[in-house]
Every structure is written in structure tokens, then in C-alpha cells.
Write a protein that binds this ligand. Structure first.
Ligand SMILES: [Zn+2]
Length: 500
């Protein structure tokens, strides 16, 4: 049993949690007060958090209603609106633009209204000094209008927006309607969003390429009575599109502990997941802080601030695992008490989110490394003896898939030419072969030396998108061992390298 404070004192300061109720009396016990409005302006990668408490005026209807919104974001919005107005008013005229999905996106201020299914995405994009265009994926969106561009064209699953010739950052305000889904391809009727790998365009205009990284703010409006929305209200370190997420339900926050550096770890649970005393009762994850302490000591400070949380999500009876939406990642109800799942998802804070993959073909840099770090972090939490059985289970998994349709080449040299799901690359073989490849490297150079090389890799590439080959380069430079032949055997070939 983990000792936790009640939800009032356990409030996570840098999350915006929105609850809508008809009256204060309807709020979950003592929970939605000042701390909801505490905001953090986080300095990317420096791990510095500046807190500014902005208490909701006492007696305001719906203490946490988003109408008492984050004033920083609101100010930004107003300023940008003015900037946009200086351009010619949008006419929605039809234009012909060459699709340009590579024009860099910098920052997103996103507002989602759950009562109307309408969204406003306020994008800042790279300046186009001589004019140009940017294309967004908008596959599941409709009723699109754009402010801040001389002209735009919504054509099928793409939105082409012309950019004025300026030397400052253009701001585009895109309003739209989104849909709800039963499947895990957007905001689900069950209450949480899943946009991994390429479904962000069912929730907001985006670039789904994993290399695209941006900071963002998120506001949620229009919650039904009694619901709580759990999401990161501001993330200043860059994330890929699939990391923007929310979960809606009767959630309450429970602190699990702190790492040695002071990083707070917590979980968002629904009432039926609490102990009989209404408090946290997940004995399986008591050692999560030990595991994340090891990740921080090995890889450097957690890239997304001073708090890391997991929110349990109802993915159904067949789903076991999580998805990396740092700093509040999602874990299926079935897996919320599984320390290994938390170790894997926590590791994505550095591999997959902190350092993004350049292409879907590099997924092993995210999933394979996360599975290896899961084993190492579990060893830090539970003892070295846990490693052998975990690797043995992966060996068994690879052996079972060898020669079957699931036996795919997990690392290919092309870039974004594969369908990461249909190709089979997103399946477990990539996780397991990636982890076993790193174990094979560790067997050559020593576990500690490989740990150190992984730390150097993060320090070198944090905030950027890189190919898997960059990891091979760092390992070679740091250990003096060339891992390329092992990579060829494990990752660039089919089959089971350990088969007799
Ligand atoms: Zn993963």
C-alpha cells in the first residue's frame, strides 16, 4: 500500500484538470480549487519550473470551469489574433498549392469543446520569408476555416494554407469540427484520445510524421456534468503529434512518490480502481519511483518538467499496455498496476518523446530501446535477478514469430515509406528484437558502458528527431565497439538470431 495524500494536497501543479459541475457541491470531494489554476511555465529541458498560483475566485460557478481560463494562453491568443488580422481577411478562396507537409510547425495552442465537438487550433509555423505554404493533415475534420492566411484550400484529407512573406512567425487560427470514434483513432466515445501513430488529424490539424516536434497548450471546454478531463495544459519541450492527448472520466489524482531528483510520480484513477478506503491501492507500482530514479540517473533529467503521471483509460478487455503521451501517459485499465508497463512508458519520456524518431522505420529507437530500458529500470527497482526472465520471455516471443508473417525486418533504411501498422513494424517483434539487440551489445561492452552510452545519446539528441543509426554511432564512439554487425543480424534481417 502506498501512502498518498488526499486529492486536495496531492494536486499536480502543472496539469490543467477541468471539471464541470452544476454547483460547487457537486465537485469531487475538496478537489477543484486553487491548485487547478496553478500554472507552470516550464523551461524546456532545464527542468526548471516556475509556478504561479492563480486562485479561482471563490464562489465562481464551477470552480474549475475553463471560462476561468489560463490568462497567459488567453493573452497569447489575443495578441496573435491581432497579428492575424493584419493580413488580408481570409476569403476561403480556392487556390492551388503544392502540398507542403515539411514546413515546420513550432507551437500549437489547442482548444477542444467537448459539448459541440468543435476545435480551434492556433498554430505558429516557421516564417516563410518569401511567401510559401504549409499543408496540414485534416483527415477526420470538417467545417474548416482559417484565419491568418491570405488563402487556403481544404481538399480531401489535406488543408493547404498559403503563408504571407514575412520575417516573423505566422500565426494561423484554424477552426473545425471533429468526430468521436469507437475505435482507437481519435477522441473515443469511451472518453480518451488515441492518435498514435498517424491519427492526429482526427482531432486537430497536424503533421503526423514522428519527426515533427512542437510545444503546445491545451484547453478543454464543454465537459459533461461530473466529468473530469486529465491532460497536460502546457508542454514546452517538444513532442510528436501523437503525444497530445486527453482522458475524460471521474478521475482523481493520487501521488505514488518522488524520484531522488524530486520528480513527482502519480496516477489518475477512477473510483472503482481505488482501495476500499478510497485511497490508492496499487501495490505493484510502489517501486515505480525507484525505477524512474534510475532512468533519470542514467539518461538525465526528465524532459517534461517536475511531474510525471499515468492516467488509466478504458481500452477494453483486449488491450493491455500504454501509450506515451508525456507528461501524462495513458495506461489501459488492465495494466495500470503493472510496474513493467510503467517502466516502459516512463522510458519513452527520453526515447520516443524526448528524442523523437526521424521516420516510422526508426520505431525500434523508441520501442526497442524502451523495452530494454524497461528491463534495466525493473532491475533497479526489483534487483538484477528480474532481467534474465524478462529477456528470456522476449527470446521466446522472437522464436515464436520467426518464419511467420510477424517476422519482419524491424529497421529499414527508407523514411516514412512504410505503413508502420500494416507493415508489422509496430508489433512486438520490434520491441523484443530491439531490446535483445541492445542486450547483445551489452554482452560485448558491459551493461554499465551501454547504459552510459544511452545517456550520452539522450544528452546529444534531446529535443530532436534522429534515425536509429545515430544510436549506433554514439554506441561506437562511447564504447569503441561497432554495433553495426549486430544491428544487421538482429534488426536488418528476418529470423531468430539465437535459433540453433
Ligand atoms: Zn512503447
Amino acid at each position: 500500500m502506498v501512502q498518498v495524500a488526499d486529492s486536495k494536497t496531492a494536486e499536480p501543479p502543472r496539469y490543467r484538470v477541468v471539471a464541470r459541475t452544476s454547483s460547487r457541491a457537486g465537485l469531487p470531494s475538496g478537489s477543484h480549487d486553487c491548485a487547478w489554476m496553478v500554472r507552470a511555465a516550464m523551461v524546456a529541458f532545464a527542468g526548471v519550473v516556475m509556478l504561479a498560483c492563480s486562485p479561482t475566485p471563490d464562489g465562481a460557478a464551477g470552480a474549475a470551469d475553463t471560462s476561468t481560463a489560463d490568462t497567459l494562453a488567453a493573452d497569447t491568443l489575443a495578441a496573435d489574433t491581432l497579428a492575424a488580422d493584419t493580413f488580408a481577411a481570409d476569403t476561403g478562396a480556392t487556390i492551388n498549392i503544392t502540398p507542403n507537409l515539411s514546413h515546420d510547425l513550432i507551437r500549437l495552442d489547442l482548444t477542444l469543446d467537448l459539448s459541440t465537438n468543435k476545435g480551434v487550433a492556433h498554430w505558429k509555423v516557421m516564417p516563410a520569408f518569401t511567401g510559401g505554404s504549409v499543408t496540414f493533415e485534416v483527415g477526420g475534420l470538417s467545417d474548416i476555416t482559417v484565419l491568418g492566411s491570405p488563402s487556403y484550400q481544404h481538399s480531401g484529407k489535406l488543408l493547404h494554407v498559403s503563408l504571407p512573406a514575412t520575417d516573423f512567425t505566422p500565426s494561423l487560427m484554424i477552426s473545425y469540427t471533429f468526430k468521436r470514434y469507437d475505435a482507437m483513432i481519435g477522441l473515443m466515445n469511451a472518453g480518451s484520445s488515441v492518435t498514435w501513430p498517424r491519427h492526429c488529424s482526427n482531432l486537430f490539424p497536424c503533421h503526423s510524421a514522428p519527426s515533427e516536434g512542437f510545444s503546445y497548450t491545451l484547453k478543454v471546454k464543454g465537459l459533461a456534468k461530473g466529468d473530469v478531463a486529465v491532460f497536460a495544459s502546457e508542454v514546452t519541450a517538444r513532442v510528436p503529434s501523437y503525444a497530445v492527448a486527453l482522458a475524460i472520466g471521474a478521475y482523481s489524482y493520487h501521488k505514488v512518490g518522488e524520484t531522488q531528483s524530486g520528480l513527482e510520480l502519480g496516477v489518475w484513477l477512477r473510483p472503482d480502481q481505488l482501495g476500499t478506503d478510497g485511497k490508492l491501492d496499487l501495490p505493484g507500482i510502489v517501486d515505480w519511483p525507484k525505477a524512474v530514479s534510475w532512468l533519470e540517473a542514467t539518461l538525465g533529467p526528465y524532459p517534461y518538467g517536475k511531474q510525471l503521471a499515468a492516467v488509466t483509460v478504458p481500452w477494453g478487455p483486449m488491450a493491455y499496455g500504454g501509450l506515451e503521451m508525456h507528461p501524462i501517459y495513458h495506461v489501459s485499465d488492465l495494466a495500470i498496476g503493472d510496474l513493467a508497463v510503467h517502466c516502459h512508458e516512463s522510458a519513452h519520456g527520453w526515447f520516443g518523446n524526448g528524442v523523437r524518431i526521424a521516420c516510422w522505420e526508426d520505431l525500434v529507437l523508441s520501442e526497442g530501446v524502451a523495452d530494454y530500458l524497461m528491463v534495466r529500470a525493473m532491475a533497479a527497482a526489483k534487483g538484477e535477478q528480474v532481467m534474465q526472465p524478462m529477456f528470456a520471455a522476449m527470446e521466446k516471443s522472437v522464436a515464436a514469430k520467426a518464419g511467420t508473417q510477424k517476422d519482419v525486418v524491424v529497421w529499414q533504411s527508407t523514411c516514412d515509406e512504410i505503413d508502420v501498422e500494416a507493415s508489422g513494424v509496430s508489433a512486438k517483434i520490434t520491441y523484443h528484437k530491439g531490446a535483445l539487440f541492445l542486450r547483445a551489445v551489452a554482452q560485448q561492452v558491459g551493461v554499465a558502458k551501454l547504459d552510459a552510452a544511452l545517456g550520452v545519446f539522450v544528452k546529444t539528441h534531446l529535443g530532436n528527431a534522429v534515425r536509429f543509426s545515430a544510436l549506433l554511432d554514439v554506441i561506437a564512439a562511447e564504447t569503441g565497439f561497432d554495433p553495426k554487425p549486430l544491428a544487421k543480424t538482429w534488426l536488418q534481417s528476418k529470423g531468430d538470431p539465437l535459433a540453433p
